[in-house]
Design a protein around this ligand. Structure first.
Ligand code: MRU
Length: 378
């Protein structure tokens, strides 16, 4: 998507690969919306840390990062011994797979890369195939998101007010985004609509990332506190909800997404507001049999007990602080602890439809349509 910085507008992808330096290049998302910076990782361990520390986040974006990270690790191997090479590949895979547990895209992406690598007979051939497969995963992610946009734009009518949760925008993918794709496509068709971005505590991806993206794209929007959605729904101020997903079960239609999604789905059902989930095919888990078994990431309590932001110099005078200087402020009672589950699971019956690159389906139809949806069941 295009990013405008000062007077310059340039297209960017969230994740790319610098083959000459064997480095994964990422937008440093923790600095947004205050600073736009690209960083490069020096090896696959640093790439895994960038996923864990959420320099890069969002299902498709960490999928592409894991695919590139695997290629990066594989390309760093020296020598021609296939047995040693295969042990090395396994250890790179495991390191990247452990970086964040809930999204299935990193596993699907790395499995694609390994499947392609198996066609090579030498270390050098497998190294070349790994990078080509990672590039293909990234390109497919961008293609899938654009296709989601074409299907999802049909749901958006002039004058609508649309609610979204967290950031399932282009920053959460390689480009375009999943939940935002219908918005961008509808805008390109000339439709006028308004978006409410849930703030999405504790890390505030809605207030920081989705709002930044929509502002960049000149889409009318406002940030709301997470608790405000029910009130707006009750007053008829929300017509449609579109969210993303970190893992959607192909067998049951259950959707794991950022914590707070389930609450919004319950509210939407209560107010008979259509609730859609937008996903590329890499977000489908065809193996797990029940949502209860999805590993739910528990993050550090400091995310709940306080917040990161930049110092507002109109409110606070701090000597020697730079413009846009980041700071963590403790909000909660100093002697209290916190629980911090990162995701929740929304049952199929609360979901109106799943917007995929090949069309919109009822959640329970996914399994029946698995051949069309690229389902590979292990
Ligand atoms: O913890 P994050 O920021 O990596 O969470 C991912 C998300 O932004 C959301 O859950 C999103 O809706 C799905 S990712 C496309």
């Amino acid at each position: 998507m295009n990013v405008t910085l000062g007077s310059r507008t340039e297209p960017f992808r969230t994740v790319t690969f610098d083959a000459a330096n064997n480095s994964v290049r990422l937008i440093e998302q923790r600095l947004l919306p205050h600073e736009f910076k690209i960083i490069g990782t020096k090896d696959f361990r640093e790439t895994a840390r960038a996923i864990t520390d959420m320099i890069v986040r969002g299902a498709g974006a960490i999928g592409a990062t894991a695919a590139y990270g695997l290629a990066q690790g594989v390309r760093a191997f020296r020598g021609g011994d296939l047995q040693k090479f295969s042990a090395h590949v396994e250890s790179v895979y495991q390191t990247l797979a452990a970086a964040r547990p809930t999204a299935v895209d990193p596993l699907n992406a790395m499995n694609d890369v390994r499947r392609e690598m198996a066609r090579g007979e030498t270390v050098a051939e497998q190294q070349a195939l790994a990078l080509a497969a990672a590039e293909e995963f990234a390109n497919e992610d961008a293609r899938h998101c654009a296709e989601i946009g074409q299907h999802g734009a049909k749901l958006i009518r002039n004058g609508m007010k649309v609610l979204t949760h967290c950031n399932a925008g282009w920053l959460a993918f390689v480009d375009v985004g999943s939940a935002t794709a219908p918005l961008y496509a509808a805008q390109a068709q000339g439709k006028k609509f308004h978006v409410f971005c849930d703030e999405t505590r504790p890390r505030s991806q809605g207030a920081t990332l989705t709002a930044w993206e929509l502002a960049q794209q000149k889409i009318s929007h406002q940030i709301i506190a997470d608790n405000a959605a029910g009130h707006l729904m009750q007053r008829g101020e929300i017509d449609l909800v579109i969210v993303g997903s970190d893992r959607t079960l192909g067998r049951t239609g259950e959707v794991a997404n950022k914590i707070g999604t389930y609450t919004k789905a319950v509210l939407a059902a209560r107010h008979k507001i259509p609730f859609y989930v937008a996903i590329p095919l890499s977000t489908i888990d065809w193996n797990l049999k029940r949502g209860f078994d999805i590993p739910i990431e528990e993050r550090h309590e400091s995310e709940v007990l306080g917040a990161w932001g930049v110092i507002d110099h109109s409110k606070l005078k701090i000597k020697n602080s730079k413009p846009n200087q980041r700071a963590y402020v403790r909000v909660a009672n100093p002697t209290s602890g916190a629980r911090n589950p990162g995701f929740d699971v929304t049952p199929a019956e609360l979901i109106t439809g799943i917007i995929t690159p090949v069309g919109i389906f009822k959640p329970k139809e996914l399994w029946k349509q698995r051949h069309q949806l690229g389902g590979l069941v292990q």
